[in-house]
Write a protein that binds this ligand. Structure first.
Ligand code: GTP
Ligand code: MG
Length: 157
């Protein structure tokens, strides 16, 4: 099953958007397999945004993403990388269509509410930067049915 790393950035957390954003991905039908509130270390932030290290906004980007708590999540589902990025909308909110997360909630590129991995390879790299394997659910589980987190078995209803 394809996985992705989604992260409510410090602006989204401060604006109390965690619940609304989780709801969008749950309602789409994706499965949440791990989540936590935490603050990125400088090392985690520099590694996460390594591809941008030569860009003029790199310092600002690292300062922003380490400025407060984030809500990091691992989700799985068919084609989740491409589908979740479509749900997030374009990086610059000026280009993000209404109905997308950034189209609905963001006003500028620096504060664009949410991060999502741009490929399955990036997802693996990002997940291992923020989560230990034992923090993630393993296997598949039917959406909508309660799961015993110790046995990984669906609890009969
Ligand atoms: P992420 O999911 O956050 O990785 O966004 P993205 O994949 O849509 O965009 P990209 O990876 O190209 O850029 C990473 C992040 O850098 C963006 O989400 C922005 O927050 C930030 N960023 C990109 N361009 C600029 C810029 O010109 N100025 C500032 N301040 N930030 C930028
Ligand atoms: Mg990116």
């Amino acid at each position: 099953m394809e996985k992705t790393y989604l992260m409510v950035k410090p602006d989204g957390v401060q604006r109390h958007l965690i619940g609304k954003l989780v709801q969008r991905f749950e309602e789409k039908g994706f499965q949440l397999i791990g989540a936590k509130m935490f603050r990125l270390t400088r090392e985690q932030a520099e590694y996460h945004y390594e591809e941008h290290k030569d860009k003029p906004f790199f310092g600002e980007l690292v300062a922003f993403i380490t400025s407060g708590p984030v809500f990091g999540m691992v989700w799985q589902g068919d084609n989740i990388v491409a589908l979740s990025r479509a749900m997030m909308g374009k990086t610059n909110p000026l280009d993000a269509a209404p109905g997308t997360i950034r189209g609905d909630y963001a006003l500028n590129t620096g504060n664009n509410i949410i991060h999502g991995s741009d490929s399955p390879q990036s997802a693996d790299r990002e997940i291992s930067n923020f989560f230990r394997p034992e923090e993630l659910m393993t296997g598949d589980y039917p959406v909508g049915l309660p799961l015993n987190t110790v046995t990984d078995k669906v609890i009969p209803v």
